[in-house]
Design a binder for this molecule. Structure first.
Ligand code: SF4
Length: 292
C-alpha cells in the first residue's frame, strides 16, 4: 500500500480499509495545523491507486466500506473522482459506502448533478473540518473560506443526498474571538444540515502559526475552564438533529449520541465537568496530545 506522511483514521467510523488517493493537504495553511506540513500536496498516480485497490481486494474482497485519504481527497476533480470510483467498484463490487475528509471549498467546482453521480457510485459521506462558523475566526486561522461558503456548499450536499460532518474546533479564536466563535459556529452549523457535529479542542502544536503568535504574545489561548465555557456556549446555541461527538480532553458520558434528544443532558454533563474536574490534570492531558 502507498501511504505518505500522516495517516489519519477517523476513530468514530467503523473499521474499514484505507485507500490513499491524494498526498498531503491542498491548502496546508491553517494556523493551528501541522499534520501535513512536511508533505507536498499531489494527487496520487492512478497506477498506485489501482495497485492499492487490487491489494485491498486480495485481503478484504468482501469489504463494503472504504475510507479515502489523505487530508482533503475531495479536492480532486469530478472526472478524477469518478474514474477512481469506477476502479473501486470494479475490483470491490460489494462497496456500499466511501467516506473521506473534505474542505468546504473542495465542493465548489462540483455541481449538484455531478455530486449526485459520485453519491450513486458510493461517496455517501464527507467529513468537513469546518472548524468555525465565525468569519473573523476563520480568517484569523487562514481557513481559506467563510461562513457563506459553508452554507452554500452544504446546501449542495443536501440536494445531492451526501451526508456530512461539521467540526467545531474549540479555542481557535483565542480569548478575543471566543464568544463570537461559539455563537456564530452554533448559528451556521444549525442552519446547515449535518448528520454529525464533532468538537475538538485546540492544542498549540510545534510548527504552527498559532504557536508562533502565542510566543510573540499575539495569540491568547483559552485556559481549560474557558475552553469548556466556550464549548458550553456553542452547545447551548446549537440546534440540529444528528449525532454529537466530542474529542474534548474530558471524556463526557454523553458522547456519540443524538443531539436533539440529549441536548439538556449534554449541557448538564458539561456543567458538572466545569464545576468539578481537575483543570490542571486536563491541561496536562491536552499538552501531551501529539495530533488533532
Ligand atoms: S486543518 Fe485540514 S485544511 Fe487545514 S491545513 Fe490541516 S489538513 Fe489542511
Amino acid at each position: 500500500m502507498h501511504y505518505t506522511g500522516t495517516v489519519y483514521r477517523n476513530p468514530y467510523e467503523p473499521p474499514s480499509p484505507l485507500l490513499e488517493i491524494t498526498q498531503g493537504c491542498s491548502h496546508n495553511k491553517c494556523k493551528f495545523c501541522n499534520m501535513y506540513s512536511s508533505v507536498k500536496y499531489r494527487p496520487s498516480p492512478m497506477d498506485w491507486i489501482e495497485e492499492d485497490i487490487k491489494e485491498i481486494a486480495s485481503v478484504y474482497p468482501e469489504t463494503d466500506r472504504l475510507q479515502l485519504l489523505s487530508a482533503d481527497p475531495f479536492v480532486l476533480s469530478f472526472n478524477r473522482l469518478n474514474e477512481i470510483c469506477d476502479l473501486i467498484n470494479k475490483y470491490l463490487p460489494n462497496i456500499e459506502i466511501m467516506t473521506m475528509a473534505a474542505r468546504v471549498d473542495n465542493i465548489k467546482d462540483k455541481s449538484v448533478e455531478k455530486l449526485k453521480i459520485l453519491k450513486d457510485k458510493g461517496i455517501l459521506e464527507l467529513n468537513l473540518g469546518a472548524e468555525s462558523g465565525d468569519d473573523e475566526t476563520l480568517k484569523s486561522v487562514k481557513k481559506g473560506y467563510g461562513s457563506k461558503d459553508i452554507i452554500e456548499q452544504c446546501e449542495k450536499l443536501d440536494k445531492a443526498g451526501i451526508d456530512y460532518w461539521l467540526t467545531f474546533l474549540n479555542g481557535i479564536g483565542g480569548v478575543e474571538l471566543s464568544k463570537q466563535h461559539a455563537l456564530n459556529s452554533a448559528k451556521i452549523f444549525s442552519q446547515a444540515n449535518p448528520t454529525v457535529v464533532g468538537t475538538g479542542g485546540l492544542v498549540l502544536f510545534e510548527g504552527t502559526g498559532l504557536l508562533a503568535l502565542y510566543k510573540r504574545g499575539k495569540f491568547h489561548p483559552l485556559v481549560e475552564k474557558e475552553l469548556m465555557h466556550e464549548l458550553l456556549l456553542f452547545i447551548e446555541n446549537l440546534d440540529f438533529d444528528g449525532r454529537f461527538i466530542t474529542h474534548h480532553t474530558v471524556s463526557m458520558d454523553l458522547n456519540n449520541v443524538n443531539f436533539k434528544q440529549n441536548k439538556e443532558k449534554i449541557i448538564k454533563n458539561l456543567q458538572k465537568g466545569i464545576d468539578n474536574l481537575d483543570m490542571g490534570m486536563l491541561t496536562k492531558i491536552r499538552n501531551n496530545k501529539r495530533g488533532l
